[in-house]
Design a protein around this ligand. Structure first.
Ligand code: FE2
Length: 205
């Protein structure tokens, strides 16, 4: 069903689809983490961000429908393992924060924002992407703060148990910003951008 989409729109359907899938997945595993943790402060932030992620997944799915397309589900071979990990109360919050997230060196939204400025997207999609990016950055801040609290509590407990006042945890973990942003993008933005490029190439062919 592609009757309403122009060739320009074709160039970013892949991005909208990938965002919807990644956000929906992030909503599920963040909610599972919230339900598993004993840290109510962390759970509160995770629930808030999970609700946003779920909402983003639904809204980008709706946007695809408005453009005349349907969401295309993609295999998520790591999904079951991811949920099992985040839903497991025996795995520490610190492990969930610090592992299975990739370091992020660049702003994942920079390219999208540049394309918004170039009027690459239709006005409604551009507006939604701008709003989405704003929420993602705010979620990243909230998660960064919550993760910092978890690290501080863990450091405090380690110092208590070891009697030592020295810890290297903060220096050895990836940057909190990177982790927080990546928490919102279950599969990473590199894949989203690759998909966008592929769809754009097909549209030009
Ligand atoms: Fe997100």
């Amino acid at each position: 069903m592609q009757t309403h989409a122009s060739s320009t729109k074709l160039a970013y359907l892949g991005l909208l689809n990938a965002i919807s899938l990644a956000e929906t997945r992030a909503g599920v595993y963040l909610r599972a983490w919230a339900d598993a943790t004993q840290d109510e402060e962390l759970a509160c932030t995770l629930r808030l961000v999970a609700a946003r992620e779920t909402s983003h997944g639904q809204l980008f799915c709706r946007m695809l429908g408005e453009l005349g397309y349907e969401l295309r589900q993609k295999p998520d071979p790591d999904g079951a393992e991811r949920i099992a990990k985040y839903a497991n109360p025996k795995i520490s919050d610190l492990d969930k924060i610090g592992r299975s997230r990739r370091e992020l060196n660049a702003d994942p939204f920079a390219e999208i924002e540049a394309k918004i400025a170039e009027s690459f997207y239709d006005p409604v999609t551009a507006n939604m992407l701008s709003w989405y990016i704003c929420e993602e950055r705010d979620s990243a801040k909230k998660l960064r703060s919550a993760y910092d609290c978890v690290r501080a509590k863990t450091d405090g407990m380690r110092q208590k148990s070891s009697g030592s006042g020295h810890s290297t945890t903060a220096q050895n973990t990836p940057s909190a910003d990177a982790q927080a942003i990546m928490a919102c993008l279950a599969d990473g933005f590199a894949r989203l951008e690759k998909k966008l490029d592929k769809v754009a190439a097909r549209a030009k062919a």
